[in-house]
Write a protein that binds this ligand. Structure first.
Ligand code: PLP
Length: 457
């Protein structure tokens, strides 16, 4: 059957950004059964035994409690399971000296759903026909922002300023306030902090400046804290969560070990929360309650915040150190590679200045030596500007073992060396990737199937 699709239907039936690449990665892994791939692409968190135990213990407690029937056998409030809303209010008021009430909190089925509600409620065409923009103030940012809006022309991302330390091969993106425009045409502002894919953490001052620019126009600023404190607390640098006024503090329990349960939490102005709650009622009534019930217990007791800082954060912070040390050890010093400062999240982000091939071609070359990364160009949703930098970066997941990361970085360094060596041949008619694949056999590995079509696409 081939049904006619509406504009929205067409938009929503296509995958964007990294979701499209994940399909290629899945096929590569399936086609390569028996081949050993080092998969440095996943965004799925590692199952840490202590974290799994925490959720198992609270599940057992729930199963044994009188609440069980009320939790799973009945519909509930659209705003969220009351004990979870209460636990969030109490925890955040105590922790950050706030005066939240239950009207300031909304529980959603994952934070992706929350961004879908918000970008479509605040961004897009108003009833008078004006286009309200969804502003991403610092590109690159989370690939999932690319598929949210039903009005793609509403999405605008801004090129960052680059803070480079060439001597230490490191850099950091910063918002370029000389370019950033937040006006009466802005519908909402959205950014992740810590950032997926770069690990960047916008400073408290930068966040306040963005919120202040948006405040005069009553523009909500959504701070995607999927990796932020107090849980999962995947910040490796000091950062203060910002609340109040036009800020919607948005959280996810996915990186705190519950991605399967789909729990997002929004904290902010009661009127903003009310808009999102109605959106949610219309769309799915409410978020599933089993996950909310175990989350309520884990937040109430403080156990979730504790395990975040004692287990989750050190685990990924150590992984970043392994990436950093391996890259420093294997990557030739005379080549222009730059590692983004590892300030948080579960990824490392590498930029190869003047990379002679595209990030897609590099992704294909790395597959041939048994290493899978994510090409960086998927992480610039809404950035219309032609900018070579978009094709010069890769994302490396911190979810692999130390050995895998080390071997992966060793192979990456060899491939990168060859890529830059071939730079002189650029005017040669011979396709760069073909000559490279010949060379990469000498690194001792295989050739993946189907990569020609992907490179063309
Ligand atoms: N925001 C960021 C920055 C993410 O990295 C992710 C998932 O990886 C999400 C939002 C979506 O998370 P959730 O599982 O809460 O929908």
């Amino acid at each position: 059957m081939n049904p006619a699709l509406t504009k929205f239907g067409d938009r929503m039936s296509h995958l964007t950004g990294v979701r499209a690449i994940m399909k290629d990665i899945k096929e590569t892994l399936q086609a390569g059964i028996g081949q050993e791939y080092i998969n440095l692409s996943p965004g799925n968190p590692v199952i840490l035994p202590e974290v799994e135990k925490l959720w198992r213990d609270y599940t057992e407690e729930l199963l044994a409690s009188e609440d069980y029937g009320k939790v799973v056998c009945r519909y509930g409030d659209s705003q969220g399971y009351e004990p979870l809303v209460d636990a969030v209010v109490t925890d955040f008021n105590r922790r950050y000296g706030l005066s939240l009430t239950h009207r300031n909190v909304l529980i959603t089925p994952g934070s992706q759903a929350l961004y879908f509600y918000a970008t479509n409620a605040f961004g897009g065409y108003t009833s008078s026909g004006a286009l309200k923009e969804i502003v991403l103030p610092l590109s690159p940012d989370y690939t999932g922002y690319g598929g949210l809006t039903l009005t793609p022309e509403a999405l605008f991302a801004y090129k960052p300023a680059l803070d480079i330390n060439a001597a230490s091969h490191s850099f950091k993106y910063r918002p370029d306030f000389s370019q950033l425009k937040i006006t009466e045409n802005t519908g909402c502002v959205l950014f992740s902090r810590p950032c997926n894919p770069t690990g960047n953490v916008l400073t408290d001052e930068e966040v306040k400046k963005i919120a202040d620019l948006a405040a005069p126009y009553d523009v909500p600023v959504l701070i995607d804290s999927a990796y932020g404190p107090p849980f999962p607390a995947l910040n490796f640098t000091e950062m203060t969560p910002i609340f109040g006024g036009n800020v919607l503090h948005c959280m996810s329990l996915s990186k705190a070990g519950l991605p399967g349960e789909r729990i997002g939490i929004a904290i902010g102005d009661a009127q903003l929360i009310g808009v999102l709650e109605s959106f949610q009622t219309n769309m799915c009534i409410h978020s599933a309650r089993y996950g909310q019930a175990i989350a309520a217990r884990a937040i109430e007791t403080g156990a979730l915040a504790d395990i975040a800082t004692s287990v989750i954060r050190p685990y990924y912070q150590n992984k970043f150190t392994v990436v950093e040390t391996s890259i420093e050890q294997y990557m030739p010093k005379d080549l222009p590679w730059l590692l983004h400062r590892g300030e948080g999240a579960i990824f490392a982000w590498l930029w190869f200045q003047d990379l002679p091939i595209t990030d897609w071609e590099l992704y294909q070359e790395l597959k041939k030596v048994g290493v899978i990364v994510v090409p960086g160009s998927s992480f610039f949703p809404g950035l219309r500007e032609d900018w070579q930098h978009k094709q010069q970066c890769i994302r490396i997941s911190l979810t692999a073992t130390d050995e895998e990361i080390e071997t992966g970085m060793q192979r990456l360094a060899k491939v990168i060396q060859q890529v830059y060596q071939l730079k002189g041949d650029r005017n040669n008619a011979k396709p760069l990737t073909r000559s490279l694949s010949g060379d990469s056999e000498s690194i001792g590995n295989r050739s993946a199937s189907g990569d020609r079509q992907i490179m063309g696409g």
